[in-house]
Design a protein around this ligand. Structure first.
Ligand code: NAI
Length: 404
């Protein structure tokens, strides 16, 4: 039986342990003390029991998975083929915690970090094991979210990435490979979904429920950008935006939204604080964030182009008739911004088109990847609408990367 060691039995470490154990791996779960690991195991067993109740697995399978999880100490890690670090997001703490682990792990063991925002290459270098260190970025909750971003550090061996991809696939995950760059794929390419929605609101194009409805009705997104940021938490969402924006040298495309940051300063964090864009305290959410201005003049010539884009993007033409011109402009702006960010990500060497499509479909449940969408809409129309948004906004946000 293969063995994986996991350092950190918090939200992510416990979720990854459940995934690995359910796929027949022995899991050595390590945290600051054994008690934390035991409590994490209790939580995992509860989730497995719920899966049995829902008919997703048999009781016998749940028992086997639970038996595979062994609360452990660092000294127990000598039989691990793979080791995954999932502790606090602080490079000094991670490096200090990994050093004693390296002493115990077999020389050929692969070391993966679940970091979302730190450099995988820096971690590998600082622990003196760059060739066998990579990123294995799961999404929360790990047992449910299908994606794993497999991150190539500057010096990671190719066979390490191949093996990690094979393991993640064996654990039932979809893999997107990417370079060690800020935000990797998902946390970068998804930014305009939130940011451009806030900009449509700031420009007075429409209010949040109208924009949320546009994205769901025309695009088939499961949640609109305002519902989704309320769900994620605006503190978490704005912190990721700032981190990615700063690390990519502040491109206008990724600039934070003043309105969203003001919400955080006022404590309106979303569902967890009871109020964000919507007030969640009643039976159904009530929108409390309104545009401060109305778009001075109508939507102008761009309305026609946006309508054409929506007609190609929508998978049910009936649905388009339920939306108005402004909703179509908002949809076109947000989707065009996401597609453009995906093109910049390829240009910047983050990942290949196919990996970006996989990442967006399985990391944030987009109905299609940005490049599949671009193919369906037609690149000429996408280029035309990006140029039109750029000339009307003069913002720099819709400028495309130079052709390669
Ligand atoms: P968490 O706070 O739920 O769990 C962290 C665990 O690490 C705790 O159980 C803590 O006791 C343990 N820990 C801290 N220092 C330790 C040390 N020196 N030695 C051993 N154990 C130690 O954190 P969470 O959310 O599970 O995040 C873990 C990592 O996963 C972070 O790098 C985070 O950026 C990343 N991540 C988090 C996601 C999320 O949505 N929560 C999604 C993807 C990645």
């Amino acid at each position: 039986m293969s063995t994986v060691g996991i350092l950190g039995a918090g939200a992510m470490g416990a979720g990854i342990a459940q995934v690995a154990a359910s796929s027949g791996w022995r899991v050595r779960l390590v945290d600051l003390d054994l008690q934390t690991c035991e409590s994490a195991k209790t939580g995992i067993v509860k989730r497995l029991t719920r899966n049995v109740e829902k008919g997703r697995m048999s009781q016998a399978e749940a028992n086997v998975a639970a038996d595979h999880i062994l609360p452990s100490g660092v000294v127990d890690l000598a039989d691990c083929e793979l080791f995954i670090e999932a502790i606090v997001e602080d490079i000094d703490v991670k490096v200090a915690a990994l050093k004693p682990v390296i002493e115990v792990l077999p020389a050929a063991a692969i070391i993966a970090t679940n970091t979302s925002s730190l450099s995988v290459s820096d971690i590998g270098d600082r622990i003196g094991s760059a060739e066998r260190t990579c990123g294995m970025h799961f999404f929360n909750p790990a047992p449910i979210m299908k994606l794993v971003e497999v991150v190539r550090g500057n010096r990671t061996d190719e066979h390490v990435l191949d093996r990690v991809e094979a393991i993640a696939t064996d654990w039932g995950k979809k893999v997107a490979r990417c370079a060690d760059t800020p935000g990797f794929i998902v946390n970068r390419v998804a930014r305009p979904y939130y940011l451009e929605a806030f900009r449509c609101l700031e420009d007075g194009l429409a209010d949040p429920p109208t924009i949320d409805a546009a994205m769901k009705t025309i695009g088939g997104f499961r949640m609109g950008p305002f519902e989704l940021t309320d769900f994620i938490g605006h503190d978490v969402n704005t912190a990721t935006t700032r981190s990615v924006w700063e690390q990519w040298n502040r491109p206008s495309r990724l600039a934070p939204s003043a309105v969203q940051e003001a919400m955080v300063a006022e404590g309106n964090l979303g569902r967890k604080s009871g109020c964000g864009v919507y007030n969640w305290s009643g039976e159904s959410p009530v929108c409390v964030l309104r545009p401060t201005q109305d778009a001075a003049s109508g939507i102008g010539d761009i309305g026609q182009l946006a309508g054409e884009l929506c007609a190609k993007a929508v998978n049910d033409v009936e649905k388009l008739s339920k939306t108005n011109d402004r909703q179509q402009v908002c949809f076109a702006r947000i989707l065009a911004a996401v597609m453009n960010e995906a093109s910049w990500a390829v240009h910047d060497g983050v990942a290949a088109q196919a990996d970006i499509d996989t990442a967006m479909k399985f990391g944030v449940n987009y109905p299609e990847g940005p490049f599949a969408w671009r193919d369906r809409i037609g690149s000429d129309l996408v280029n035309e609408i990006l140029a039109a948004f750029e000339s009307s906004s003069g913002s720099g946000r819709f400028i495309e990367p130079p052709p390669t």
